[in-house]
Ligand binder design. Structure first.
Ligand code: PLP
Length: 294
């Protein structure tokens, strides 16, 4: 496996960064998780736009243009001949001294890893996932804005730990007002009386690219879909629940805090949207030369 590190491709064992890198010392940086399906880098452009928006928000100067970054991602996939897999793109503030001041970091570190990632065991995509809600709250937009995909994932890691302690694979975060925000690494959708609903991101959620694709698919299919705040109660009494994310893809949820959702099986709307989503993954994106059949 070859890793892109600051413009070079280096073998995995040699792909190391300094202990003085502020990404390591302070979590000072941003990242993207991107997926490749059949040689198609799914929604690459949207991920690069979000990366540069995150960078702008934290005043991080990425030492390459968005187009150069897109090309570097495609080249990483090509070099690794990874038609299907997961791409992790990390930009940290770079190497500095032990002080917080980012002005001591002269150049951002850019890393692109093309790997395999299985977030949830395969059977849950058919059977559905049990999840819980946890005490850890989502940070709200007037603190570190959840729209910034920063390297500060401690909140989300605590959620994963709390989920594991409850014996499940994923959990939902609420905000301080008790509104449902999102999972540790995925957005949430409900289906109620034929309507698809997801929380507005201002409540405290990443504006997921998969989330946006689902909203777009609903529009295209004429399925009513809205962004609306909801509480745990609304989740418990929903007809269907599903999660979306680059790593998670679309996954049905059949149990939340011990309350069975709908009839306890993945619902018809979730199945329909999942089918549509799978078709999208091979068309919406950037083709990697040599990996897509002509
Ligand atoms: N929410 C959080 C906290 C995430 O880390 C992710 C993953 O990127 C998502 C939601 C889903 O976003 P996307 O669909 O862009 O992967």
């Amino acid at each position: 496996m070859m890793i892109y590190l600051d413009g070079d491709f280096v073998p995995k064992q040699e792909a190391v960064v300094s202990v003085f890198d502020h990404g390591f010392l302070y979590g000072d940086g941003i990242f993207e998780g991107i997926r490749c399906y059949g040689g198609n880098v799914f929604c690459l452009h949207e991920h690069i736009v979000r990366l540069y928006e995150s960078a702008k928000s934290i005043l991080l100067d990425i030492p390459m243009t968005p187009q150069e970054m897109e090309d570097a991602v495609v080249e990483t996939v090509r070099v690794n001949q990874m038609a299907d897999g997961y791409i992790r793109l990390v930009v940290s503030r770079g190497v500095g001294d032990l002080g917080l001041d980012p002005r001591n970091c002269k150049r951002a570190t850019v890393i692109i890893i093309a790997e395999q990632l299985k977030l949830f065991p395969a059977e849950f995509y058919e059977r559905g996932l049990a999840i819980v809600t946890v005490p850890t709250r989502r940070n709200v937009p007037d603190a570190l804005n959840p729209k910034i995909k920063s390297l500060n994932y401690l909140n989300n890691i605590l959620v994963k730990i709390e989920a594991a302690r409850a014996g499940v694979h994923e959990a939902l975060m609420l905000n301080q007002d008790g509104y449902v925000c999102e999972g540790s690494g995925d957005n949430i959708f409900l289906v109620k009386n034929g309507k698809v609903v997801t929380p507005p991101t201002y409540l405290g959620a990443l504006e997921g690219i998969t989330r946006n694709i689902v909203i777009e698919m609903c529009e295209k299919l004429g399925i009513p879909c809205e962004e609306k705040p909801f509480t745990r109660h609304d989740v418990y009494v929903a007809d269907e629940v599903f999660l979306t994310g680059t790593a998670a893809e679309m996954i049905p949820v059949i149990d939340v805090d011990g309350r069975g959702i709908g009839n306890g099986e993945p619902g018809a709307m979730t199945r329909r949207l999942t089918e549509e989503f799978r078709a999208y993954t091979h068309v919406r994106g950037t083709k990697v030369p040599g990996l897509v059949p002509e």
